[in-house]
Write a protein that binds this ligand. Structure first.
Ligand code: NAP
Length: 259
């Protein structure tokens, strides 16, 4: 299926690895010109080279911390008027909520709530004036089913989710949609390093922890980032104009509820 977005401009935040990279990959494959942003230059350049090798959309790499105002300004300088915005950043640390400091809460809110809001604010009016826009926020399954040791993620991402619900209907008649993608467990560096921390804390091996984490997943495996990227590309397609304000859980059937 041709997604009808060839030649569109996309800004993909936190796009050098994992889920952000997978979204960038699927978009470039569709002929979208993509600007990827991450802090580490070497991996970012390697990813940009991988994406350019697809010989499809153009790829620009911007070294920046997307959670800072300066980093966002630099990203938008290179991609001033995106048709497609994928917001993403690293997730906040785990821990007992009693151990979380005020500064840790502010950092989580900055990265996982206020940064996406600032990026939406900077880009949505131009999308509305062009009558095309697709905004996807990468959040977490923790929005749907909060995870006790992820208080920072539960809180900050729920704040973003509430904000999106409040504005998504405002731009739908102008063909500008906003949706959230909620990953369950995907096989990325972040997921593996969390398994390593869990192994250290519990005295179990990394393999035992990985097996334990697989238990609730009906699909019997972790998600592949490409599966996430392709879902993202579909939500960015011209065909997805009638989908807005939704929260899509992609978790291999781990969540047991009906809604
Ligand atoms: P990942 O594979 O570790 O990749 C993280 C990416 O984000 C890297 O490209 C990293 O590059 C970039 N990044 C991190 N902080 C950044 C910043 N301040 N500015 C710019 N780029 C930044 O992680 P992932 O698994 O794809 O996770 C992506 C998001 O989904 C995270 O918020 C994570 O908590 C959430 N999530 C993931 C899963 C999962 O199973 N994978 C589940 C639920 C939620 P640099 O470090 O070089 O900047």
């Amino acid at each position: 299926m041709d997604l009808g977005i060839r030649g569109r401009q996309a800004l993909v935040c936190a796009g050098s690895k994992g889920l952000g990279k997978a979204c960038a990959y699927s978009l470039v494959r569709e002929g979208v010109n993509v600007t990827i942003v991450a802090r580490g230059q070497q991996t970012l350049e390697e990813t940009a080279a991988e994406l350019r090798a697809l010989n499809s959309g153009a790829v620009t790499a911007v070294v920046a911390d997307i959670t800072s105002a300066e980093g966002r300004a630099l990203a938008l300088k290179h991609c001033p008027s995106p048709d497609i915005l994928i917001t993403n950043a690293g997730g906040p640390p785990a821990g007992d909520f009693r151990d979380l400091t005020h500064e840790m809460w502010l950092a989580a809110l900055e990265a996982n709530m206020l940064t996406p809001i600032a990026l939406i604010r900077s880009t949505i009016d131009q999308m509305i004036s062009r009558q095309f826009g697709r905004i996807i926020n990468i959040t977490s399954s923790a929005v749907k089913a909060p995870i006790d040791i992820l208080a920072l993620s539960n809180g900050a991402r729920s704040g973003l989710t509430g904000f999106v619900a409040g504005i998504a209907r405002k731009s739908a008649s102008k063909n500008v949609t906003i949706n959230n993608l909620l990953p369950g467990l995907f096989d990325t560096e972040t997921m593996r390093s969390r398994s390593e921390s869990m192994a250290q804390a519990s005295g179990k091996s990394f393999e035992e922890v990985q097996q334990q984490r697989l238990q609730p997943i009906a699909a019997g495996r972790f998600g592949m980032p490409s599966e996430f990227g392709d879902a993202c590309a579909y939500l960015c397609s011209s065909q997805a104009a009638y989908i807005t304000g939704m929260n899509f859980l992609i978790d291999g059937g781990a969540y047991p509820g009906v809604f």
